[in-house]
Design a binder for this molecule. Structure first.
Ligand code: ADP
Ligand code: MG
Length: 717
């Protein structure tokens, strides 16, 4: 009998070569093999007599081999095996291409099942490369013919047939597996037990069997995801964080100091955040809103409130450009409030107490100010969680972490900060607020991000004009350039975003390690070429600047401040510009190779413009004339807001691509199930049900163990 963790290498009769090929697919144990699910089934379940075969029909015949022969085609390129198959009703020809070994197995007189499609050419009717299976007696079990035949994801030299050979006997000799999904959950949702499901997903009697087995596996992952979310919530509810309170009067005063009126959804979000902060347990909230909707102001107010309570805030941005921008925004808007604010990146240290706007500091000096509590809001990059001269940043009283624009919403940063504080002996943990301009479609917020509370800003500040967006036909390029020139003459500025040129997908998979670095280089190369072209050929009379990921921070800073100061007319950039950069006078966004970006990314690029009273434009250039490109770009033209777009993006690209390069650790099947709102809801209520009766899962040992493994898997990045 086999167990799930039996190693395939320990099973008699599996050849070394075969093991090596399986290993290439990461298949090493019985579990790996059985969880390598078919992706479709060939329906050979009809066993018919030869006389009844129909053209184009997929079917199985049981027949005897006659006159089998091997020959080469006249061009001597291809080996052809031909045989006559006969049963008591008649005969049909079978042809195999380039599989000479078939003639070794199927000698004249051998009785076998043949499954395949009946094909007709001008002269004759034949079965083309049928699957065959020698049968002994009438009761022998079949795995390649006479049924629904599983087709697996294959690699070169590892065929579905090979996998079937292995799966069938292993399934037949598998020890009963204890099911970690509680039986009452299975029953109330009409799902099969794990043992049945495994058999049926590989060898279904009918397609519905396979479907229901598949549903069970998707369900179990969603169920685990939900349990994980709910456990995190339960855990956080038990942890302590310092309550940070603010009186309504004081809050009103802070709001009144702003140079503008908050929108209704900004107010609503702020109220939710303030309520969380006032509780003695950690906040775990995500603030979502379109680019330019005013998230930064809201999270900054949270930092100000903390500062008024003598608590510190770590405000982390993904890039130095952004960190600096946040620093500038906060010092400008809240400069009079008497709060110590600093900027800490690997290249820069500045601090501000309402006086010296430059505020340059030695890093060691700044760290001392943080440690002494002179600084309350620490804005920076990951430098905040890195160490300097072997020591982590020492906060005097860190209470709030704000994380900007992280796709996975700062799980790692959060963990790093919490650990840092625990290591220093802190008794309480910190409040956690992240913000993102990438709206999460509902299905994902219920699953992958189900441990987070959401606040949503779904409107832009008053007075913003919608951005006119056009997909530009390549032949209209000169016109677009003319348009740009006119607007520059009128004093406006222009972004040109350039994508990296991806190496072909084959190279991509074969050299994953090189590719991350290679990608940056490709991107830089592309943007340099574009810069050359624009600055010397197309706009030699205008001032063009360039920004990419290989520039030093100081150079980036110079280019960015030249652009925001109006000294550059056009800024050519790679996607480093994606997040958050704020230059209101820029009113035209040109996106080259628009088909190479995700919809949400395009949406974010476009959000760089439309921030002033002038009408803004977004031009999308693409050489791709494919249907999907058109469909995707149309979605961008039509979308009313980021949420609508995110839903479409998810539907078009699927969760895997939607979530981007980042590994989520979520199995494929569950990934696809992330689109299935019904199943998600079912899984959620099942998880709630179980945890309500058994919060620590002590009565559900197999589930507890499985959940632990699952958590390891999804945190493994
Ligand atoms: P986000 O972080 O959501 O991209 P920001 O907070 O950077 O948006 O806001 C974009 C710009 O709009 C900033 O210049 C900010 O000062 C301004 N802003 C924010 N809220 C409002 C508002 N309610 N009314 C007018 N301008 C606002
Ligand atoms: Mg922003």
């Amino acid at each position: 009998m086999f167990q799930l963790n039996t190693e395939l290498a320990k099973i008699n009769g599996i050849g070394q070569k075969f093991l090596a090929r399986l290993a290439k697919l990461q298949i090493k144990t019985v579990r790996d093999l059985l969880w390598h699910f078919p992706f479709r089934y060939e329906d050979y379940s009809k066993v018919v007599k030869i006389d009844d075969l129909q053209i184009n029909q997929s079917a199985t015949v049981r027949a005897t081999v006659q006159k089998i022969s091997v020959r080469r085609t006249w061009r001597r390129k291809m080996l052809i095996v031909e045989a006559l198959l006969v049963d008591e009703t008649g005969g049909i020809k079978a042809i195999w291409f380039n599989q000479p070994y078939v003639a070794q197995i199927l000698k004249d007189g051998v009785e076998a099942n043949f499954a395949g499609k009946v094909t007709a050419s001008d002269e004759e009717i034949y079965m083309s490369s049928p699957a065959y299976e020698v049968v002994r007696g009438s009761t022998s079990e079949t795995k390649h013919t006479a049924g629904l035949i599983p087709i697996y994801p294959e690699t070169r030299s590892l065929t579905s047939k090979g996998i079937r050979f292995l799966v069938k006997p292993i399934l037949n000799n598998l020890e009963t597996i204890p099911d970690f999904v509680p039986s009452e959950v299975l029953e109330s949702n009409d799902l099969p037990n794990i043992n049945t499901a495994l058999k049926r997903i590989h060898f279904p009697f009918a397609l519905e069997d396979a479907e229901i087995a598949r549903k069970r596996f998707a369900f179990e992952d969603l169920f685990l995801l939900q349990l994980n979310n709910l456990k995190i919530r339960l855990q956080l509810a038990k942890e302590k964080a310092p309550p940070i309170a603010v009186s309504q009067k004081e809050l009103d005063k802070i709001i009144a100091s702003l140079p503008f009126e908050l929108t209704a959804s900004q107010k609503q979000s702020l109220d939710e955040i303030v309520a969380d902060l006032s509780k003695p347990m950690p906040m775990n909230r995500l603030l979502q809103g379109d680019v330019g909707s005013g998230k930064t102001v809201i999270v900054a107010i949270a930092g100000i409130i903390a500062a008024k309570n003598n608590k510190q805030t770590a405000f982390m941005a993904p890039t130095e450009v952004l960190a600096r921008q946040h620093y500038q925004t906060l010092t400008k808007i809240f400069g009079k409030l008497n709060v110590g604010i600093c900027l800490l990146t690997s290249n820069e240290a500045r601090s501000f107490y309402g006086d010296d706007l430059e505020g340059k500091r030695q890093k060691s000096e700044l760290l001392k100010e943080i440690e002494d509590g002179k600084i309350q809001i620490i804005i920076g990059t990951h430098a905040i969680i890195s160490s300097y001269k072997g020591k982590p940043v020492m906060f005097r009283d860190l209470a709030l972490a704000i994380i900007d624009e992280q796709h996975r919403f700062g799980v790692e940063q959060r963990a790093a900060l919490v650990k840092q504080e625990k290591d220093k002996g802190a008794e309480t943990t910190i409040h956690f607020l992240s913000m993102s301009a990438t709206p999460i479609p509902r299905t994902l917020s219920l699953t992958l991000f189900g441990d987070l509370d959401l606040s949503i800003i779904n409107e832009l500040p008053k007075g913003r004009k919608p951005i006119i967006t056009k997909v530009v036909d390549p032949k209209n390029r000169p016109k677009a350039y003319e348009f740009i020139r006119e607007h520059v003459k009128a004093g406006r500025q222009v972004f040109v975003i350039y994508p990296r040129i991806e190496p072909s997908s084959k190279e991509n998979t074969e050299s994953k390690i090189v590719s991350a670095r290679q990608k940056v280089w490709n991107e830089v190369k592309a943007v340099k070429e574009e810069y050359e072209k624009l600055s010397t050929k197309i706009f030699p009379d205008l001032k063009v600047g360039m920004l990419h990921g290989k520039l030093k921070a100081a150079e980036k800073e110079k280019v960015m401040s030249a652009f925001s100061g109006g000294d550059l007319n056009i800024l050519v950039s790679t996607s480093v510009i994606e997040v958050g950069v704020d230059v209101p006078n820029a009113t035209i966004m040109v996106i080259e190779g628009a088909d190479r970006f995700g919809l949400s990314q395009l949406y974010q690029f476009r959000g760089r413009v439309g921030r002033s009273e002038h009408q803004s434009f977004c031009f999308l250039f693409t050489d791709s004339s494919s249907q999907t490109t058109a469909q995707r770009l149309d979605a961008l033209l039509e979308a009313k807001n980021g949420f609508e777009l995110a839903e479409k993006d998810l539907a078009i690209r699927g969760p895997g691509q939607f979530l981007g390069d980042k590994q989520t650790g979520i199995p494929d099947l569950a990934m696809r199930a992330l689109n299935n709102i019904e199943l998600i809801k079912t899984a959620r209520s099942a998880a709630e049900e179980v945890l309500k009766k058994d919060p620590t899962l002590k009565k559900h040992a197999p589930l507890r163990t499985r959940l632990k493994d699952f958590q390891k898997q999804i945190h493994l990045e």
